[in-house]
Design a protein around this ligand. Structure first.
Ligand code: FAD
Ligand code: SF4
Length: 525
């Protein structure tokens, strides 16, 4: 006899690894909703739409094959889908985990006021609950990721010896990581991450998405995992072929190489195909098999570096998001107002090789690894004075792994310092020197990374130095870690700075603004 209850499964928990399901097939039904307003709220990358819709439909089919009753609906919003379901089935309870996005969470709270059947469950998708994070943050004035990470390592007893000390004698080994593009070029390149030929369900979704106007990127070449089994296979593929070199080459960038030694697991994790606990457990098991072997010490920085991203950064930005919303969307420490440059959507419109390559990679794959996101795409937007929310909207729309809880703190906090230093200890800005060292882009560029002014001068250079000069003039606090960099401004003459200002004005005047007719409905869903 089926119980009179429903379990709602959102698009951020699309597998039994992260969803909370009826305890048995005859213990209730499952509700899956495709929200049309959510899909239309931004010009999302078509590969992202394929990922979400295909994973949802695969879960539907899998649950039905296991004997569950599944109500799969297309509705104007998740809340309206739930209301329609309730009208059709009248369940006594509709169980749901808290939505992953603030705006959708608000609509669920409003729904619960008029629909008493709504029954909230604890969030089961992260290693750190919102409550645990708030307890960690309580009484702190600085919410540093490094402090959170050490707390997390101790709490989860992860890479910690019997005396509570970090394995290998250090909490992180980043000093030895950060190998350059020149070092990377001497290595054999890793194989492309495991991908999957679209099956019938995915193929049908691709054809549907192809008919949707106003979205970015193409569906062709879609090969992301869309089931939990496929996502687990991707994790194994990463452990077997790329983790060992993840640490040393984490920051390097090469033309035509989107993933290098990165895991490409974020999209699968963020739609719930893979639980972070599984990523941690499998990585630790992989490490346990090697720990005693010759040369293992050289691999520890990769293991620690990777786990730091998963138990540290990923959990931390989720905590910061829920701690700061909805006000986090209004942060604009530098008071920037420039629209997003058109080149982000149409990378062929720039001659700057680094931007053309990285924005082009995003348009092709809905992906770029962390350093192109931070040190090319966001760095340029900050130096050019782009409004942080215009950049945030592009990141939210353009990446297959983007959801507001993770994109917003990364853009507003980590990348652009728009929160004034709540999250990051300094603005992540650099001149061409960093990009030249960490990539091969400058070798293919018409600009010269060594020139600050004159013919062929690299825009990153004059934008960077005049940005620093503006900070000095405005006496803005950008953290102690910038002290040395700010001091280096003293080495530039007033004439030099004036020439760079003139270059900047000319360059910015020619920078075409984006040409989108849309404005995001942040709380759509
Ligand atoms: P790897 O480099 O292999 O890292 C392993 C995992 O750690 C990732 O899969 C991810 O789950 C987690 N992780 C690593 N860094 C971060 C971080 N800073 N914040 C949260 N999780 C992290 N990540 C997203 O998942 N979605 C986003 O929308 C997103 N937007 C970003 C925007 C900017 C401006 C920046 C600088 C970073 C952003 N990130 C985002 C974080 C990070 O760049 C991606 O998680 C990572 O590049 C995904 O690729 P990967 O799976 O190969 O990661
Ligand atoms: Fe980018 Fe400047 Fe290098 Fe060209 S020279 S790739 S614009 S950093």
């Amino acid at each position: 006899m089926k119980s009179d209850a429903t379990w709602f499964v959102g698009p951020w928990e699309l597998s039994s690894a992260t969803a909370v399901l009826p305890p048995a097939p005859d213990a209730g039904r499952v509700l899956l909703v495709e929200s049309t307003s959510k899909g239309a709220a931004l010009p999302y990358h078509r590969k992202k739409l394929v990922l979400v819709l295909s994973a949802l439909r695969h879960l539907r089919d899998e649950l039905r094959a296991r004997g569950f009753e599944v109500d799969h609906r297309v509705a104007p919003s998740y809340a309206e889908g739930i209301r329609d379901h309730w009208a059709a089935f009248r369940p006594a309870a509709i169980h749901y985990q808290p939505p992953a996005e603030w705006g959708i969470g608000q609509s669920f709270e409003r729904l619960a006021e008029t629909l008493p059947a709504m029954a909230a469950l604890p969030d089961h998708r992260f290693l750190t609950s919102r409550h645990d994070f708030a307890a960690w943050a309580e009484g702190r004035t600085l919410f540093r990721m490094e402090d959170f990470y050490r707390w997390q390592r101790r709490r989860l007893k992860l890479l910690i010896d019997g005396q509570g000390r970090p394995e290998g004698g250090a909490w992180n080994f980043d000093r030895g990581n950060r190998k350059t593009a020149a070092a990377l070029r001497k290595e054999t390149r890793p194989a492309r991450p495991l991908g999957f030929t679209p099956d019938e369900v995915t193929g049908r979704v691709m054809r549907l998405v192809d008919t949707m106007p106003d979205h970015w990127g193409g569906t062709e070449g879609f090969d992301l995992p869309v089931t939990a089994a496929q996502a687990e296979a991707c994790l194994e593929d990463f452990l077997a072929h790329r983790l060992e070199r993840f640490g040393p080459f984490e920051d390097a960038m090469l033309t035509g190489e989107a993933w290098l030694y990165h895991s490409r697991l974020s999209a699968a994790m963020n739609v719930g195909l893979l639980h972070p606990r599984a990523v941690v457990d499998r990585t630790l098991a992989w490490w346990a098999d090697r720990r005693g072997a010759e040369g293992a010490a050289a691999v520890l920085p990769s293991v620690e570096g990777f786990l730091r991203q998963v138990i540290g950064w990923r959990e931390y930005v989720n905590g910061i998001y829920w701690l700061t919303m909805p006000g986090y969307r209004d942060r604009n420490y530098f008071g920037f107002s420039r629209p997003l440059p058109r080149l982000y959507w149409e990378p062929e419109r720039t001659e700057m090789a680094c931007l053309r390559e990285t924005a082009g990679t995003v348009r092709e794959h809905g992906y770029a690894h962390h350093i192109p996101r931070l040190m090319v795409l966001a760095n340029f937007a900050t130096l050019a004075g782009v409004h942080p929310m215009r950049l945030s909207e592009w990141f939210w729309a353009g990446f297959t792994d983007a959801m507001e809880w993770v994109e917003l703190p990364n853009v507003v906090g980590m990348a652009t310092f728009a929160d004034g230093g709540l999250l990051a200890t300094k603005p992540y800005v650099s001149s061409a020197a960093y990009i030249d060292r960490m990539s091969d882009y400058c070798q293919r560029c018409r600009f010269d990374p060594a020139r600050r002014t004159g013919p062929g001068a690299c825009p990153f250079n004059y934008l960077y130095w005049t940005f620093l000069d503006d900070l000095r003039r405005r006496q803005l606090d950008v953290g102690q870690r910038m002290a040395l960099v700010m001091k280096s401004l003293d080495r530039l003459s007033a004439d030099d700075l004036a020439a760079m200002r003139a270059e900047r004005e000319r360059f910015l005047a020619e920078l075409e603004p984006e040409r989108t007719g849309w404005r995001i409905d942040y709380d759509a869903g």
